[in-house]
Design a protein around this ligand. Structure first.
Ligand code: FAD
Length: 350
C-alpha cells in the first residue's frame, strides 16, 4: 500500500483482494474459502475495534508490527509497573481522583498564578508547571471541549475529532463441566460474506473463542466493533445465551452447555475509557496523530509548553498498543527533562 494511492476503506480493499484470491481456488472450494477469508476479516476488525468500512486502507499500513511476538505478563501490568512505583515518594500518585478541568496559560496569567491548575471532580486543586494529559482519545472526544480553559487550539481539536477510537471487549465464560478437549485450540468463526453483510445481530462481532492460559474451565470470547458496544448493554443471561447459540451453530453440537458464570469488560461504557484504542479512520492521517501529540503552547509560541499529551493515540506507528503508550510517556518525560535543563529548573512563571 502507499505510493500516494487512495485505496478507500479497508473493507472494500480486502473484499477486492479476497475476490481475486478466490479465483485461484476450484469452484467447489470457493464457498468454504470465502468463509475462511471473510471470517479472518473479523480478526482484522479486532485490531481496530471498528467496522472496516470506517478504517482507512492506506493508513492501516502505518501501524508498525514490532518483532518479539506477543508477551503474556502473568501477574498483569502491576508486575511491570511495581519496580517503577517503588522508586516514587509515598502517596504521590493519587488514585480515584478524576480531573474535571485544567486551567492553563492565558487564564492563569491574568492572576499571575501558576502555569496550570488541575481541578479534580471533588473540588481539590493542584498547581503545576507542566500537565501531561494521558486520558484516552475516547475521553478526549467526549470531554476535551469542557476539560480545558482556555479551549485547546483548533488543530488539536481537529485531530481529536478526526482520529478514530474503536471498541473491543473480552467475555470470560466459566463452565462447571468443560466440553472441550484441553489445549486443543480455540474456535475462529468462519462467517460467510452474506452473514457479515447482515450485521443485525451483535454476535456477528464475535471473532473467536479461545482457551484461557492456565485454566481448564474458562474460555474467552473476543468481540469488536459496534456489536461490542451493543453487547455491553445486554444482560449476562442474554450474552451467555447468544454465545451458546453461536457455539452450537458453528460446532453442530446442540448439547453444548451454558456457562455457569460470565465476566466481561465494558470499555465503551466505562466513562474513564469510552472505548478501547485508536485507529486511523478514512478521515485521518499520521499528521493528526502528530497534532495530537504536540505540546500546547506550540514551538512557535514564546511561552514554553504547559500541556503535554501522551497515550497510545499520540504515538504514530505504535498507536493502539501498550508499547505505544509507554513510548509516548517516555517522550513527554524527556521533553520535561530537556525543558528543565534549558531553564536550569522550573519554567519561568507567566
Ligand atoms: C481488550 C483489549 C486487549 C488489548 N490487547 C493489547 C495487546 O495485546 N497488546 C497491546 O500492546 N495493547 C493491547 N491493548 C491496548 C492497550 O491496552 C492500550 O493501547 C493501552 O492501555 C493504552 O494506554 P494509555 O495509557 O494510552 O491509555 P489508557 O490505558 O486508556 O489510560 C488512560 C487513563 O486515564 C484515566 N482517566 C480517564 N479520564 C480521566 C479523568 N477525567 N481524570 C483522571 N484520569 C482519567 C483512566 O482511568 C486511565 O487510567 C488492548 C486493549 C483492550 C481493550
Amino acid at each position: 500500500m502507499g505510493c500516494g494511492k487512495e485505496h478507500g476503506n479497508l473493507f472494500n480493499f480486502l473484499t477486492l483482494r479476497i475476490q481475486q484470491e478466490l479465483q485461484m481456488f476450484p469452484e467447489d472450494k470457493r464457498y468454504d474459502m470465502a468463509r475462511v477469508m471473510y471470517g479472518l476479516t473479523n480478526r482484522v476488525r479486532f485490531l481496530t475495534g471498528e467496522d472496516l468500512t470506517k478504517v482507512s486502507a492506506d493508513n492501516f499500513g502505518s501501524y508498525i508490527a514490532i518483532p518479539g511476538g506477543t508477551v503474556h505478563i502473568p501477574v498483569g501490568f502491576v508486575g511491570v509497573l511495581s519496580p517503577l512505583i517503588k522508586e516514587l515518594p509515598e502517596c504521590c500518585v493519587k488514585f480515584g481522583k478524576p480531573v474535571g478541568l485544567i486551567r492553563w496559560g492565558a487564564v492563569q496569567s491574568r492572576k499571575k498564578g501558576p502555569r496550570a491548575i488541575v481541578q479534580c471532580c471533588d473540588g481539590e486543586e493542584y498547581c503545576a508547571d507542566y500537565v501531561v494529559i494521558t486520558v484516552s482519545l475516547g475521553v478526549l472526544k467526549e470531554h476535551a471541549d469542557k476539560m480545558f480553559c482556555p479551549a485547546l487550539p483548533g488543530n488539536k481539536m481537529e485531530a481529536i475529532g478526526a482520529l478514530g477510537y474503536g471498541n473491543v471487549d473480552k467475555i470470560f465464560l466459566d463452565y462447571d463441566k468443560p466440553f472441550w478437549v484441553w489445549s486443543e485450540g480455540g474456535i475462529k468463526f468462519a462467517w460467510s460474506p452474506d452473514e457479515l453483510a447482515q450485521r443485525t445481530d451483535w454476535t456477528k462481532g464475535l471473532v473467536s473463542v479461545e482457551e484461557v492460559e492456565g485454566s481448564k474451565h474458562v474460555l474467552c470470547a473476543f468481540i469488536s466493533g459496534p456489536e461490542s458496544v451493543i453487547m455491553e448493554q445486554m444482560s449476562d443471561e442474554q450474552v451467555a445465551e447468544g454465545i451458546t447459540k453461536l457455539l452450537r451453530q458453528f460446532t453442530g453440537d446442540a448439547s453444548l452447555p451454558y456457562p455457569s458464570t460470565i465476566l466481561r469488560s465494558k470499555w465503551a461504557s466505562d466513562p474513564y475509557f469510552c472505548g478501547s484504542y485508536s485507529y486511523m479512520n478514512i478521515n485521518s492521517n499520521v499528521g493528526h496523530q502528530c497534532d495530537l501529540s504536540c505540546p500546547v503552547p506550540g514551538s512557535c509560541d514564546p511561552v514554553p509548553p504547559i500541556l503535554l499529551f501522551a497515550g497510545e493515540a499520540t504515538c504514530a506507528g505504535h498507536h493502539s498498543t501498550v508499547h505505544g503508550a509507554r513510548l509516548s510517556g517516555i517522550r513527554e518525560a524527556e521533553r520535561i527533562i530537556q525543558l528543565t535543563k534549558k531553564f536550569g529548573g522550573p519554567p519561568p512563571q507567566l
